[in-house]
Design a protein around this ligand. Structure first.
Ligand code: BGC
Length: 452
């Protein structure tokens, strides 16, 4: 049994050739240069924010740090003990849900919620009377004006709290803590999750140059030479480099990716909370990938290619086909449809019988959609690797899609190999919990370099 020709044809527009991926790389390189340029940054879509993080950890960082991690539907508080000289860190952490009402409510409500979770955590761990240095991982596009000042430019990933865009999120956090008055904090750094991921990996591996997230959203940061960052207004002392948060999720917002854009992408975008924004992210990340596959499956059902043409609208209600289903369905051994059947019958309520032929088509759709995402991320990475231009570089990666999809890593490795300059060696390394440990490390390096 094989994928019917008609299905192959429907899916074809989601397959991107190597040649087209090279066009994507060139376009991204162009947009990044606009982002880095003094004159062009204000109108650029790929903002390339300097993070003010210039020194990497040297492995000797020591001490207790608090870390806050906000970037998705969960919020985490961590207490981390860096031991200096050891590649592991002791840590305790707690996850708190961010209710949808808080995600789209008033900004003060969000920061009050964060402050409340932090206070509860500090009391539970009996550190409410200690002023512990804190790193705040805030994984949204922020224009930084220093290590402890981050102005939110725009919300992404389903957040839309009023009164935060254009404001300094560190100040909003400090005000919320002051309103409570029961704990004190000492914020040493605000950072993006990509920066945290890079730093956590650099703690163990000196060749780390890029931090990448493929989770609910997607983004990458990389180490750039100061003389290439026209935007940089600060000193040019050693180290003559800074981590740039590219915010590549917004790549394509100026329509420069229209040559790969499909009707499915348009539908996902138009019904999102932020239409017209985060176009690259919406083709790749976990918040949207399941929806794209769901739309293709709905079309194939409507046209009668699967499930005997029954129930397309009820079954594939928008948002019903989760990204994790793609990982689970592709996790089945070829020819074994256990996960696939379970999802179709039990989770989505497709009426029996679900045939092997149906499963073949469903898997094909998942593969096409996840490969497109993996290939687009690879084009982005190959562009950054070529920009860095060193003989070898390690890429620190985190995020649910990369972690849980059974072959994302291999798909990426193979695609980057084809796209990157031939003399360049690279490694993709899982950097677990970068947004937590990375926040502590940025705070630790900041306090170390301040006292040097
Ligand atoms: C945000 C980035 C973040 C990425 C991954 C995007 O939506 O704009 O700041 O790094 O998601 O979490």
């Amino acid at each position: 049994m094989s994928v019917p020709e008609k299905v192959v044809q429907v899916c074809e527009e989601l397959i991107i050739s190597d040649e087209t991926l090279r066009r994507v790389m060139d376009a991204l390189d162009h947009e990044i240069n606009l982002g880095l340029g003094k004159e062009t940054n204000s109108s650029a879509t790929v903002k390339c924010f300097p993070t003010y993080v210039r020194c990497l950890p040297n492995g000797q960082e020591k001490g207790k740090f608090l870390a806050l991690d906000l970037g998705g539907t969960n919020f985490r508080v961590l207490l981390i003990d860096l031991e200096g000289g050891s590649t592991t860190a002791k840590m305790v952490s707690k996850i708190y849900a961010v209710p949808t009402a808080v995600m789209v409510g008033p900004g003060d409500g969000l920061f009050d919620h964060i402050a409340q979770c932090l206070s509860t955590f500090m009391h539970e761990h009996k550190v409410e009377n200690v002023k512990i240095p804190l790193g705040f991982t805030f994984s949204f596009p922020c224009r930084q004006e220093g290590l402890t000042k981050g102005i939110l430019v725009t919300w992404t990933k389903g957040f839309n709290c009023s009164g935060v865009e254009g404001k300094d999120v560190v100040l909003m956090l400090q005000e919320a803590i002051r309103r409570r008055g029961d704990v004190e904090i000492d914020v040493l750094a605000v950072l993006n999750d990509t920066t945290g991921t890079l730093m956590a990996c650099a703690y163990k591996n000196q060749d780390c140059r890029i931090g990448l997230i493929i989770g609910t959203g997607t983004n990458a940061c990389y180490i750039e030479k100061l003389d290439k960052v026209e935007l940089w207004n600060e000193d040019h002392n050693e180290p003559k480099q800074v981590i740039i948060n590219t915010e590549w999720g917004a790549f394509g917002d100026n329509k420069c990716l229209d040559f790969i854009y499909t009707g499915y992408d348009r539908e996902v975008d138009e019904t999102s909370i932020n239409p017209g924004k985060q176009i690259f992210e919406k083709m790749i990340s976990g918040m949207y990938m399941g929806d794209i596959a769901g739309l293709v499956l709905r079309k194939l059902t409507r046209e009668g290619h699967i499930f005997r043409g029954n129930g397309a609208d009820e079954i594939f209600k928008r948002g019903a086909f989760h990204t994790k289903y793609i990982s689970e369905i592709e996790g089945d051994k070829v020819g074994d449809w256990t996960n696939c059947r379970q999802i179709l019958l039990e989770e989505l309520g497709i009426p029996e019988p679900v045939t092997d032929q149906d499963c073949i088509v469903v898997r094909h759709v998942c593969e096409v959609v996840s490969r497109r995402a993996a290939h687009l991320v690879s084009a982005g990475l190959a562009c950054l690797l070529n920009k860095i231009g060193e003989k070898k570089a390690v890429v620190a990666v985190d995020g649910s899609v990369y972690r849980f999809h059974p072959c994302f890593h291999n798909l990426m490795t193979a695609a980057i190999q084809k796209l990157v300059n031939p003399d360049m060696k690279f490694d993709l390394m899982l950097s677990e919990d970068g947004s937590g440990r990375g926040a502590a490390l940025v705070a630790a390096v900041a306090s170390r370099t301040a006292s040097d």
